[in-house]
Design a protein around this ligand. Structure first.
Ligand code: SF4
Length: 417
């Protein structure tokens, strides 16, 4: 169990690894200037640390942070019960009207559906009347079958599936320990989710962008799965470990996403694509929901299988221990996480941006991209995204297309008078 001494050790290590925010963010000054933290709305429970796949880009097992090795493979009941109780107190204290709890891993279905069902039931019972509880599960899909889906449906657990486009592209990266691709199993799982009786828990598809693949083939494959929502994720990278860029390309991620955007934008029956919708909403002055763009405060924490309260686990791609707060749900309250410099840095909007980003004409939309993509050893997380040029091009393209459509509609209205 983590104690107060080790909390200080964690904070010292964070100050050493990342000047921003751990040395440079002045929390007292922020408070004096009237800033208040945003309560936690999203809680991610890492119910199982292990995975039944061995994807080659996975940031949990293959990158800088190896803390999973020291944690229990399976989250003990006392840990999730402590998390549920703490979330209940947090919801009451801050009078929240809704929370999202995501069951995550590793592969969360390794936890077993009966235990997931028990967790979901106790979670709903713990939240006060009037608080809307959304429970989701992010899976690689391999263990989904009729029985599992029936149980998840019974407990109203929404299912998001990770799939990387067409079979050959998916199987190049998302493989089992034997090296065999997982596409066939995932396709069967999604076919089950598409059935009318299961659609109420079909949450959507998550696809990692691979610039060497055909973007239209990828998008058409995802569309054929009839998801309610698609989200595209840039591979986790930073200034120390930059993203792969095929030879002869400078902005392959933007080039790929622009082609998908154009196909999507021209459709009359388009499926929801979170990244594109968020960028359009932000361009029009609204707020985004994605972690990848915008300046909205992040109100998300992770509880690991040993009870450690951490920042989002994509930070594991930055450096060993990058997610750590030194807090533990077994003896710390969720509110304590709102004091953590790493969590505060993701709640203060423009104040967390580098001078370079503040000069950028699209910074209100881009928001310096995903927090983890800003990491540079030593200086930490107050840098432009390592995908900066890709972000500029993608946002500029979407802005131009939306602006052209607005002008065209104005012309049509004038001509119709
Ligand atoms: S496009 Fe680049 S400079 Fe502009 S906000 Fe994004 S990361 Fe910063």
């Amino acid at each position: 169990m983590i104690d107060r001494v080790s909390t200080e050790v964690v904070r010292a290590a964070q100050r050493e690894a990342a000047a921003w925010p751990y040395r440079e963010l002045d929390l007292a000054r922020l408070r004096a200037d009237g800033w208040h933290p945003t309560p936690i709305h999203d809680l991610i429970l890492k119910v199982h640390q292990r995975c039944n796949l061995a994807c080659d880009y996975c940031f949990v097992y293959t990158q800088a942070d190896q803390t999973w090795r020291d944690r229990p493979a399976v989250m003990p009941d006392e840990v999730w019960r402590a998390a549920v109780a703490s979330l209940g107190r947090h919801v009451r204290r801050h009078r929240l009207s809704g929370v999202r709890v995501i069951l995550h891993g590793g592969e969360p279905l390794l936890y077993g559906v009966s235990r997931l069902g028990l967790l979901a039931s106790e979670l709903r019972a713990e939240m006060p009347a009037g608080c809307k509880v959304h429970i989701g599960l992010q899976t690689n899909g391999v263990l989904l079958n009729e029985k599992v889906i029936g149980s998840l449906r019974q407990h109203r657990i929404m299912v998001g599936v990770s799939v990387d486009g067409v079979e050959a592209d998916h199987d190049r990266h998302r493989v089992g320990p034997n090296g065999r691709g997982s596409f066939a199993a995932v396709r069967d799982a999604i076919d089950l989710l598409r059935r009318p009786e299961n659609r109420s828990i079909y949450g959507g598809l998550l696809c990692t962008v691979a610039p060497e693949t055909d973007p239209i083939a990828c998008y058409e494959q995802l569309r054929a799965f009839e998801p309610p929502m698609i989200d595209f994720l840039l591979p986790h990278a930073n200034w120390e470990r930059p993203p792969r860029r095929p030879a002869g390309t400078t902005t392959p991620y933007a080039d790929w996403l622009v082609r998908v955007f154009d196909r999507w934008y021209d459709e009359s029956d388009a499926i929801s694509v979170r990244l594109f919708e968020d960028i359009i909403t932000l361009l029009l002055g609204g707020g985004g929901q994605s972690e990848q763009v915008g300046l909205s405060p992040s109100a998300m924490v992770v509880v690991e299988s040993d009870g450690a309260i951490e920042q989002v686990d994509s930070l594991k791609s930055a450096y060993d221990g990058a997610c750590a707060t030194g807090l533990n749900i077994l003896h710390d309250d969720l509110d304590a996480a709102l004091e953590d410099h790493g969590i505060v840095a993701r709640q203060i909007g423009r104040a967390a941006l580098s001078a370079h980003c503040l000069q950028c004409p699209v910074h209100q939309v881009c928001g310096a991209g995903h927090y983890v993509h800003r990491y540079r050893p030593g200086s930490g997380f107050r840098n432009p995204s390592v995908y900066c040029e890709d972000m500029r091009i993608l946002i500029g393209h979407i802005r131009d297309r939306v602006a052209a459509e607005i002008r065209q509609r104005e012309t049509e209205v004038v001509e119709a008078r």
